[in-house]
Design a protein around this ligand. Sequence first.
Ligand code: BEZ
Length: 211
Amino acid sequence: MALRLGDEAPNFTAESTEGTIHFHRWLGSSWGILFSHPADYTPVCTTELGTVAKLKDEFEKRDVKVVGLSVDPLEDHQGWIGDINETQNTTVNFPLLADADRTVAELYDMIHPNALDNMTVRSVFVIGPDKKIKLMLTYPASTGRNFDELLRVIDSLQLTANYSVATPANWQDGDDCIVTPALSDAQAQEKFPKGFTKIKPYLRTTPQPNK
Ligand code: BEZ
């Protein structure tokens, strides 16, 4: 059955460029990103993996562990990482799963044969510390993903988890947030010492609580 938001992220054991990964154990109490790319030694993927490597500090700041995947063998990953490091001026600093038998790709429904034959599409799963899927996105092979957007979503998810706020369209770190409709005005007053603005009974904003 297809995975949905709120489902438990399927567990697996797989080989990676940083040794065997028992997924849930590897995640521990951190947030996680599992992302697939279509194939090693391909141009868009090369730029994506270089970009992820350069964002290491940003992922660490948010307590997010990142793991990539394609259905290529470990030897190919290892050779290609040399090319990524050379051409993207970085050092790949996160594990890449070698999913040649497609176990993980099938668990996460990452192969969409009508779009791309025998390869994973560009899937992303953001997983919370409770191991539940918080975000899924799927991009075609020809479009490299925007990893700054993924950081933005993780910031929003973490604000929701910690402060009972949602974030509006095009929200950026530092912008006002939305008071979740589940809170009454009295509860909102208590929860948000900086106060809130009531534009409509269902539309209330408050300064970003962790700033
Ligand atoms: C790429 O990463 O450039 C790519 C991979 C598979 C199909 C098309 C493009």
